[in-house]
Design a protein around this ligand. Sequence first.
Ligand code: HEC
Length: 118
Amino acid sequence: MSKVGGLFAVALLLAACVTETAPTWRSGDAVVGHQVARDNCASCHAVERTGDSPKLGALPFRNILAGYRPDWLADDLHTSQAIAPGRMPVFHFGEGHEYDILAWMISIQDAPIHEPGE
Ligand code: HEC
């Protein structure tokens, strides 16, 4: 690669870093989220890449984002909205675990997720 080409590549890389500050709903850690989902959600939802939900009517996590915008779900979990009143407990995640769960969910979706704005 020529020297100019190399510099150009570095500039592009820097530009990518600057513009790619991940939105908050994208800030989670999927490995942590997997554990949090196992601990808090797996009694009703299938939280793995395969398998049925233990509770009838509770969607497997790998299908949830087909019908729920990821940024909205992150928001609803963050603000402790009642997602399914009467059928699902309300969770209070104070340490960003809502975003961790999202990261895990995103990583296992059967269908590509709809990015906000698309
Ligand atoms: C006690 C059982 C139970 C637990 C525990 C539970 N859920 Fe649910 N959840 C349900 C049921 C049942 C529904 C479906 C409600 C309906 O459609 O009326 C649901 C629905 C949802 C939905 C909505 C799906 C949609 O598209 O409408 C999301 C998102 C969700 N749950 C996330 C979670 C997360 C994240 C956790 C863990 C932090 C969790 N749930 C724990 C029972 C549970």
